[in-house]
Design a protein around this ligand. Sequence first.
Ligand code: AMP
Ligand code: MG
Length: 415
Amino acid sequence: MNAPRAPLKSLDEALAALLAHATPLAGTQTVSTFDADGRVLAQDLVSALHVPPQDNSAMDGYALRCADVPAAGTVLQVTQRIPAGHHGHALEPQAAARIFTGAPVPPGADAIVMQEDCEVVEEGSVRVNTVPRSGQWIRRAGEDVTRGAVVLARGQRLGPAALGMAAGIGLSQLTVVRRPRVALFSTGDELVMPGEVPPEQMAPGAIYNSNRFFLRALLQRLGCEVTDYGIVPDQREATLQALQGAAQNHDLVLTSGGVSVGEEDHIKPSVQQLGELDLWQISMKPGKPFAYGKLYRGGPQDACHFAGLPGNPVSSYVTFMLLVRPFLLRLQGVADVTPVRMALPAHFDLPRGDKRREFLRVRRNAAGGLDLFPNQSSGVLTSAAWGDGLVDNPANTTIAQGDIVQFISFAELMG
Ligand code: AMP
Ligand code: MG
């Protein structure tokens, strides 16, 4: 007789447990700012200067003193010309400076009038056809960044705009957290690599290895250094050897498949033999068989993380996004690893809720709602390629057209 089963861990409990194990990596690396996209800052970036460095013109036009233009139509002498990259001299009374966007405002001027509001009346003088307001079209020194400010904080993941900010305060190199080293394995005797066997020659029961492709891409997008060990056969000895070998010089060993309850599933007992299994089976759909543990090198104090994803492609995809992604970000020192959710109306019905919390593949439509992919089977990868995100549907919850549901976009879960 089977013993009564303990209730499965909730996704929130599993994620909390996983993050508790994710001690941030200590190593850092100095890289060119050009190459830092997607990396995580290992230090605060403090600005040594104001950005912009001085007051400058936001327009092509004329710099002047408002007091000199009491009425529209006032004519002023043009006494200097200041292109971007140059600087002028103090503005004389009753004078204007021809100025261009980005050029420093000369001392004494307190407004810029755009050239569209001016007329050159004769060589060396300009008619100002508007009454300027003090400060208009002047971009103030330090309006973007003040000297001494922390522009980007340690633990921040760098995107293109952040690279621009770092460059804008003069940094050509950045100290970032080293890349997590991840070993990737696919398990399954049915798996064949595309390119090795043409479709018309596939043996009965064989399928192409899809997971290897999206997992590698997802890992790379998260800044990981991936060693792809390819396919491991469904045999205990081969599984033990592969896991133990990879554990020596990686931070994480990531597998797909072989983590369910069948006797061909060798991952779980192998991890138990080589280290510890801290987590197995989560109350979520798809993705129930997810496993997390450690592979010992010397012992519990010197161990490599292990994450086992289910083999079904959608289960693999979704558990990677919801569990492995936050884990890998936390390893790199990112504090906030929670994806943003949006409350959006369902433009579909889900007449039967699942007893597990379910992640439905959906797509935003032009009417601002969500369409559901008709086949939500965990083997149907088309749902993930068609969809642009997930609806997080609580256990035992039905959905009717117009209900507001929680949407997480794939874009949010991939980078
Ligand atoms: P498993 O978790 O090993 O029991 O596999 C569950 C299902 O996912 C089976 O139908 C496998 O054939 C399939 N599967 C496992 N690994 C992959 C993979 N790398 N690519 C495509 N399908 C897979
Ligand atoms: Mg299998």
